[in-house]
Design a protein around this ligand. Structure first.
Ligand code: ADP
Length: 882
């Protein structure tokens, strides 16, 4: 299978531009015109610049013969001769000489006149034999053409950005300049001086930033790298000025040997070695294959350039050659460096051109500013100290000034950097901020809907991308299904739906194995692309970037992005941001899948629980109905037997029947309780309020527990406020409430204990309370006793029969009456339960109060009419029953 292309920018070079506009047409026209001029000029110049030699002589600035080879001696040259005329043309300086030589035709004899001492001597005619082309000139042309081509291409693909246009125009101007100028000009000499001086420092800086920024690049000490360059530039410009003034080539400048060859090239060699070390380190430490290959290529170029340069420098130094002009070989040797750079840039997308251009522009301006300050400082200092230029003390002034600049610049570097970043690189800052925000959102997103909102709506909107799709691995892991876009994304963009993809298709396997971004450019027809149907289908739908979402070594999704609305290509920084985002999205997908599963499971469980509960309820009501009929009959017949209506009973028979009756009652209570719980659950339990006589209710409930009270010898006290016995409530249910509470009080109070029932009026409410002097309830259990089936683990509780349903039902019943059941208890001291009931609308004067008290007296309790509910009871009730 063909490997997926990670990048394919070369294809982009030849792709037809989908939207030709006037800017692009102008760019192409301008480049074509300048190119034609270049070719014409190159051709014309090649005719002139064939340098013809007939004899090997060394000349100095004043055209004095310094060295004579055999061929020159034959013609009559002697050391010390000074050239004055060449083929009838008088020559005074080196420029004249070069001009005169270049007009001579090959094969034609020329007459040379020299001054030897005081006399003028005419030498033998010289036949022009050697015809050499000036290689340097052609290389310059080549560089200009390459530079122009690169600029044109950048301007074409990036015609929207100002930086690209400026870059193109500058290249155009430079190419024109090279094309139109036919001789070495003074300007170039200075350019050469500055370039040689600053190249090493720039190279060191570059290698610190490339391919990943090192800490040193951000350190304030990085400024020191530029100080030797500043000094060197100033010295070289001064030296070359003299050569220019003398009208000679730069290698006749004083100190040329030292500045250019020793110091300049030495510093350059140092930076090259530094670069190789840094790149080597990056190569070893980086894990990213793309970065590794970038580094590889640039190292190759750098090593070859460094090797040639090293050989050249060694030869120069060893042989102390007199003409160390950069030779053709050096130029050829250095060429692999820019070529390797260009290749790395094109092949591996190291071409964030906007950033490169704007950064170099900004730093160029900064450097120029610094240089200006430096020169200003030098002139002020040298004037103030009265130091003459060129003197020994002047050098000290140069270094002191450089030091002052260095010290001044460093502290403000962070500020300058910040200001530059804010001014020129706002985009990048925006990216960083957006990424931080997206990451945060992804980290808390739980559902696929959140993911869709972010990846299919917000991200493309912020990055101004025309369309986005997200293919997510289905739950059965057989397909990658497109994620439904959020409603908002539909109306903003007509995203063409990407079809689902089988989990084992070629693209998926490749994406999983390589885990790299795939860039698909429209109109590109690489052989590797054509082989894959899916990639073709994506491309035809306008997809430009496919990002694999890998979590735990597994491909869980594919993020597909369309072209940018601006028509720009994706910049490496954007791709970096998107890659980081994809990594996080992969984790978010895994989370969303998990959430979905857990959510589904919990829903399933809930449904099951509901089903079971419904079944249980049906079962309970069935049991209730099935049991209540036979039990009613058992109870009836037991009563008949006990009442002696079926004949006299022996004492033993009566005892047994009593036991039967007690247990039947218990059983019926249990069945009744279960039915009530089921009704409460369903919300089927309703009450039918009416006027109820509280006294009667109390008596009835006491009656129901008479046996127990009697058995345990409990003391009963009843305290009912006269004139307030009529309340509003469901008589059956109120009786159930009172019975439950009384039953508990009886069961959980030791023999001989005391139980008090009280009912007192408070505003238009009747407050009821049942107190006992029983075992009490532990503080920790106070809240749980109202739970269904809860019983205390206290042995005193456990020895009593019970189901743990009484209080739960009582609480619900009290709430149905619009009140709250409260409890107040202390272990070993007793408990109090209570609630309130609304008084009947017109409480009538109670005439039966006395009678009632009389009836109650029969309970052997002492009546405590004054016993009212304690204040604290109500206060604490809320805390326990709420
Ligand atoms: P049951 O009495 O059948 O156990 P309840 O719901 O009526 O069920 O009571 C729940 C629990 O509350 C009892 O098990 C007991 O621990 C505690 N409790 C209720 N009333 C009293 C009381 N008057 N004195 C002490 N403990 C009580």
């Amino acid at each position: 299978m063909a490997a997926l292309p990670e990048t394919a920018p070369l294809g982009r070079l030849v792709r037809p531009f989908s939207r030709p506009n006037w800017v692009r047409i102008l760019i192409v026209l301008a480049a074509a015109v300048v190119l034609a001029l270049q070719l014409l000029a190159g051709y014309g110049e090649s005719q002139r610049r064939t340098i013809r030699y007939s004899a090997d002589i060394d000349l100095d600035v004043d055209l004095r013969v310094m060295g004579v080879e055999e061929s020159a001696r034959e013609i009559g040259f002697q050391i010390g001769d000074v050239l004055v005329e060449l083929d009838g043309q008088p020559v005074e300086n080196f420029v004249d000489y070069r001009r005169a030589v270049s007009t001579l035709a090959a094969g034609s004899p020329a007459i040379i006149e020299v001054r030897r001492g005081a006399e003028l001597v005419q030498l033998h005619p010289v036949e022009i034999r050697k015809v050499l082309l000036d290689g340097g000139f052609y290389v310059l042309h080549l560089v200009a053409v390459a530079f122009l081509a690169l600029a044109t291409w950048v301007a074409l693909v990036r015609s929207e950005t100002l930086a690209a246009r400026l870059f193109f125009l500058a290249s155009l101007a430079l190419a024109l300049y090279f094309g139109l100028t036919r001789t070495h000009v003074d300007g170039l000499i200075y350019v050469y001086a500055l370039a040689l001086a600053f190249a090493p420092a720039l190279a060191i800086h570059f290698f610190l930033v490339f391919p990943r920024e090192k800490r040193l690049a951000r350190s304030p000490w990085i400024g020191l790298v530029y100080i030797p360059s500043l000094v060197l530039a100033v010295l070289m410009v001064r030296a070359y000025t003299r050569a220019v003034e003398a009208g000679t080539a730069i290698y006749y400048a004083p100190e040329y040997q030292l500045l250019s060859n020793r110091v300049g090239l030495g510093y350059l060699a140092l930076s090259a070695v530094f670069g190789i070390v840094m790149l080597g380190h990056a190569y070893v430490t980086t894990a990213q294959p793309v970065q590794k290959r970038q580094v590889q290529w640039i190292m190759l170029g750098l090593v070859s350039a460094a090797l040639v340069a090293a050989v050249d420098i060694t030869l120069t130094v060893l042989q102390e050659q007199q003409s160390p002009e950069v030779t053709m070989w050096v130029i050829l040797g250095v060429l692999p460096l820019p070529l390797a750079f260009a290749f790395a840039i094109l092949r591996y997308r190291l071409w964030d051109m906007d950033v490169v251009l704007s950064r170099s522009a900004v730093y160029g301006l900064l450097t120029a500013g610094l240089a200006a300050i430096y020169l200003f400082l030098i002139s002020i200092l040298s004037n103030a100290l009265g130091v003459a230029a060129g003197s020994g003390r002047y050098t000290v002034v140069l270094f002191v000034s450089a030091l002052v600049i260095g010290i001044l610049v460093n502290p403000s570097r962070a500020w300058i950097q910040g200001a530059i970043d804010r001014l020129f690189f706002q985009d990048q800052l925006d990216y960083q901020n957006a990424l931080a925000q997206w990451s945060e959102d992804l980290s808390i997103s739980l559902r696929f809907a959140d993911l869709a909102e972010l990846l299919l709506s917000r991200v493309p909107e912020q990055l101004r991308i025309s369309q986005a799709s997200l293919l997510v691995l289905s739950e059965d892991e057989k397909h990658f299904e497109p994620l439904e876009p959020p409603a908002r994304a539909h109306d903003t963009e007509s995203a063409s739906e990407v079809p689902s993809l089988p989990a084992y298709s070629a693209v998926v396997v490749q994406l999983t194995r390589q885990g790299r971004t795939v860039l698909l450019e429209q109109g590109e027809t690489g052989p590797t692309h054509r082989t894959d149907v899916t990639l073709e289908a994506w491309r035809s739908r306008g997809v430009c970037v496919a990002l694999p979402l890998v979590s735990g070594g597994r491909l869980v999704g594919i993020y597909l992005l369309g072209r940018k609305r601006s028509g720009d290509l994706y910049q490496s920084r954007e791709l970096e941001v998107l890659r980081t985002l994809s990594n996080q999205a992969a984790v978010a997908i895994a989370n969303a899948r998990l959430y979905e599963q857990v959510h589904g499971l919990s829903q399933e469980l809930e449904l099951k629980v509901q089903d079971r509960t419904r079944e249980l309820r049906h079962f309970l009501s069935a049991v209730y109905h099935e049991l209540s009929t036979p039990m009613t009959s058992i109870r009836g017949y037991t009563s008949v037997l006990l009442d002696g209506k079926a004949g006299p009973l022996t004492e033993r028979q009566e005892r047994y029947l009593q036991a039967v009756r007690r247990n039947v009652r218990r059983l019926m209570r249990l069945v009744g309780d279960l039915a009530d719980v089921s009704r409460i659950e369903d919300g089927r339990l309703t009450i039918h309020p009416q006027e109820v006589d509280l006294g009667t209710l109390i008596v009835e409930s006491l009656d129901a527990h008479a046996d127990l009270i009697e058995d345990k010898g409990l003391q009963i006290a009843v305290s009912v406020e006269p004139g307030a016995r009529m309340v509003l409530g469901d008589p059956q249910r109120l009786l159930q409430i009172l019975s439950n509470l009384l039953s508990n009080a009886c069961r959980y109070t030791a023999a001989g204990g005391r139980i008090t029932l009280s009912a007192h009026r408070l505003d238009d409410q009747m407050e009821l309370a049942i107190r006992d002097t029983g075992i009490g309830i532990h503080k920790d259990e106070l809240e749980r006793i109202f739970d269904r089936f809860y019983r205390s683990s206290d042995p005193l509780v456990q020895e009593q029969p019970g189901t743990g349903l009484g209080l739960a039902i009582t609480k619900s019943l009290v709430e149905l009456h619009g009140s709250q059941l409260w409890v107040n208890s202390a272990v070993g001291e007793g408990s109090a339960f209570g609630f309130s009931l609304p008084l009947a609308a017109e409480p009538h004067v109670d005439h039966s109060a006395v009678e009632m008290v009389t009836t109650l007296r029969s309970w052997d309790g002492d009546l405590d009419q004054q016993h009212a509910p304690k204040e604290g009871d109500r206060g604490r009730s809320a805390a326990h029953t709420d």
